[in-house]
Design a protein around this ligand. Structure first.
Ligand SMILES: *Cc1c(COP(=O)(O)O)cnc(C)c1O
Length: 372
């Protein structure tokens, strides 16, 4: 099917937040300052406050945030970093940048996030330099248990929060549990820029200082390189201005995502389809991901009906072509999920009529009638 689908997969980053982005971009254009200036400083302060930590450091994208976090924690070549294999290979890319080795552990069957039991086994069995726990699809991993295991083992924890802006668990925000929390502001994320952007958050002043140096050539001061391993990964003023303007509306946008997910959960309850647990107040529903062994057929059916959908993610990290020839870990839950997951449209700005079309099309596939 060609042309724009009746129900697209994402909304425009500004529209659904009710923010006039043209206006805030023009102010930056007129200001004469374009990289690491007042907008970045103000956004960093506002975002740190939002997450509930002391410091935020803006960078160019979420993958750089993960790589710089690993570097700031002293991870180096040949060291082992534990992570999951079902989260789009971003952490693996960051780990590879450092010459470190990914050690994949399996995920929990319901949330599809890092399984604490599997993590405990690995931490018992071998030396580990860091753990990257990914909060997936807007649901947080069992982060209290994971943080406790890391603490006991003396291993630093990094949270990948790229799909969890504003998510909470047991009273703590995504990003506030580990030594460093890493965010992406890619346009489709819950808090999205008009291009690439990212941030690292931490409560540790010395770590924040190191992250600030690493994002800009390793500079301690201008033109003085004090830290090895620095890169150029700066957040620009245009993106920071957009993020600063959108941040006050993030919770409302997340509530809209939850409402759509709740509507889907009710409408699909009687279908032979595995749905995510109905969203609680602490979830932020980055993606609404269903599971079915008939994924290919359901995806084709929805596409033919003008409903955009996608698979997050079709290839687990350990089966990526770049890993060919390496020993293959046994990750049955990860493996099964990758074969069955399908993401349905779910974002602020999706109209009730569009949600109704999605529901009708999904129910139609299973030979059931329209929405109740
Ligand atoms: C999007 C994403 C990233 C990477 O962010 P970029 O800004 O695209 O580099 C990392 N981890 C997860 C889980 C993501 O969804």
């Amino acid at each position: 099917m060609s042309g724009t689908p009746a129900v697209p997969f994402f909304s425009a980053p500004g529209a659904a937040f009710g923010v006039d982005l043209g206006d805030c971009l023009q102010r930056v254009v007129d200001s004469g300052w374009y990289v690491l200036g007042p907008q970045v400083r103000d956004f960093e302060a506002a975002f740190a406050r939002y997450v509930g930590v002391g410091y935020a450091v803006g960078v160019a994208n979420g993958t750089d945030a993960l790589a710089l976090a690993l570097r700031a924690l002293g991870v180096g070549p040949g060291q082992r970093v534990v992570t999951v294999a079902n989260a789009g290979c971003y952490a693996s890319t960051a780990i590879a940048q450092l010459g470190a080795e990914p050690c994949y552990v399996d995920v929990e069957p319901e949330r599809l996030t890092l399984a604490p039991g599997a993590l405990a086994e690995v931490l018992r069995a071998m030396p580990v330099a860091a753990v990257v726990a990914t909060h997936l699809y807007g649901q947080m991993a069992d982060i209290g248990a994971i943080a406790a295991l890391c603490r006991q083992a003396g291993v630093p924890l990094i949270e990948d929060c790229a799909q969890a802006h504003g998510a909470r668990r047991d009273g703590g925000s995504a990003g506030a549990w580990g030594a460093i929390g890493c965010f992406s502001f890619y346009p489709t994320k819950n808090l999205g820029a008009l291009g690439d952007g990212g941030a690292m958050v931490t409560d540790d002043a010395a770590l924040a200082e190191r992250l600030r140096a690493l994002r800009q050539y390793g500079w301690g001061r201008k033109y003085e390189v004090t830290l090895a391993g620095g890169v150029n990964s700066r957040l620009d003023e245009l993106q920071a201005a957009v993020l600063l303007a959108k941040l006050p509306r993030l919770d409302a946008a997340n509530a809209e995502r939850r409402a759509i997910a709740a509507c889907y959960a009710a409408a699909f309850a009687d279908l032979p389809l595995t749905c995510p647990p109905p969203p609680g107040d602490d979830d932020v529903v980055h993606l609404y991901v269903v599971r079915t062994p008939r994924r290919a057929a359901l995806q084709a059916h929805l596409t033919a009906q003008g409903i955009a959908c996608d698979v997050h993610y079709p290839v687990p990290d350990h089966h990526q072509p770049v890993h060919a020839g390496r020993p293959v870990p046994d990750l049955p839950v990860t493996q099964a999920a990758c074969a069955e997951v399908l993401s349905l449209p779910c974002y602020p700005g999706l109209t009730p009529a569009q949600a109704g079309q999605v529901i009708q099309a999904v129910r139609g596939f299973f030979g059931e009638g329209g929405p109740c």
